[in-house]
Structures are given as C-alpha cells and as structure tokens.
Design a protein around this ligand. Structure first.
Ligand SMILES: Nc1ncnc2c1ncn2[C@@H]1O[C@H](COP(=O)(O)OP(=O)(O)OP(=O)(O)O)[C@@H](O)[C@H]1O
Length: 176
C-alpha cells in the first residue's frame, strides 16, 4: 500500500476503523525488543537498589539503637583489656552502679546463695533482664589476677551444669 496524502494520527479516531498490519524489517523488531529488555533491567536494578537502601537504613538504625541502649546501660560493644599476661574479650562490662541498682544495693532480700568467694544476688537490670550477680567479697583473698583467671576460664566454658558468664564489673575494690 502506498500513502501519499497527509499523515493522520490514527489515535484521533475514537470509533470505527480497522486493524492495520505493517510489515517491518526484523531488525526494527529486535531494536524494540532490546529497548524492552533495557527498560526491564533498569527497572529491576532500580527496585533492587531501593530495597537494598531501605534494608541498609533499617539495619543501621537498629545497630545504632542497640549501640545507644548499650551506651545508656554502660555496656561497651566490645572491650579488650590486659592484666599481666591475661587478656579477656567479649563479655560486656557492667558498671558497679548498674549492678548495685539492679540488686537494690545488694539487698539481703535479693540474696540467692553464697560461694567460696562471695555472695550471689538476684539483680534486675534497667532493661528488665534478670541476672545472678556474684560480688567478690573483700575478705575472700581472691586478688585481681585470680579474678581475671576465673573470668577468662568461665567465659570460655559452656556446660548445662554451669551458669554462663554474661558480663562482669572490674572496679578497684568492687568486682562482680
Ligand atoms: N544463676 C543463679 N541462679 C540462682 N542461684 C544462683 C545462681 N548462681 C549462683 N547461685 C546461688 O549462689 C550460690 C553460690 O554460687 P557460686 O557460683 O558462688 O558457687 P560456687 O561456685 O560454689 O562458689 P565459688 O566459685 O566462689 O567457690 C549457689 O550455690 C546458688 O545457691
């Protein structure tokens, strides 16, 4: 078919008309196909990047909130200190005040039991977590080195008959 009159926009006809089939060179169709592919790839990439950004945002916010909470509770994320040749890592460090508040100033009513090196109290942290707090008695004769050795050993032990070390407090005269 040859058309020699002015071009008409067929979208202008709201009714009637007939289907018009055009035969195109295969290369024309390939071009359209590749455009379609590019559009799909671009859309998937944009959606993927957006989802990743949202995920990273929420993860970062969660980590930051956790960091803030630990800071508020006086628990550093990680610490590493040395006493002589001893090195201890991982268990969180509690301040003496935190444990004193948790146990209501080491109240007799919160006493759970007594071991060779001191009394054990029930404590409730600000986060409402319940803990058994063992306070080293000054008369126990256990020095810093023995205390650190004990911490180092229990922090590495895991057994159903042993309580897990969840943290420690290492003040000058106040060790828990
Ligand atoms: N997690 C806990 N929950 C409840 N009670 C506890 C807990 N930990 C300790 N106790 C009580 O405190 C007592 C003394 O505990 P501790 O760990 O000091 O005992 P121990 O190992 O015999 O002492 P030590 O190592 O000083 O000789 C226990 O016998 C128990 O009654």
């Amino acid at each position: 078919m040859t058309w020699s009159a002015d071009l008409i926009d067929t979208k202008g006809f709201s009714v009637g008309g007939t289907d018009l089939f055009l035969r195109l060179a295969a290369s024309e169709l390939e071009k359209r196909q590749s455009h379609k592919t590019i559009v799909i790839i671009a859309s998937v990439t944009i959606i993927g990047a957006t989802l990743a950004a949202v995920l990273i945002f929420f993860l970062r916010r969660r980590i930051m909130q956790r960091g803030k909470r630990e800071k508020a509770e006086g628990i550093p994320n990680k610490y590493n200190f040395e006493v002589g040749q001893l090195e201890l890592q991982e268990p969180p460090l509690y301040t003496y005040d935190m444990l004193r508040n948790a146990t209501n100033n080491f109240d007799e009513n919160n006493k759970l039991g007594e071991g060779g090196f001191g009394l054990v109290y029930k404590g409730i942290l600000e986060s409402r977590q319940v803990r058994a707090v063992k306070r080293l008695s000054t008369s126990s004769g256990q020095g810093l080195e023995e205390f650190m050795t004990e911490l180092k050993v229990i922090s590495k032990l895991q057994h159903r008959n042993l309580v897990k070390l969840l943290g420690c407090c290492i003040g000058d005269e106040k060790k828990c």
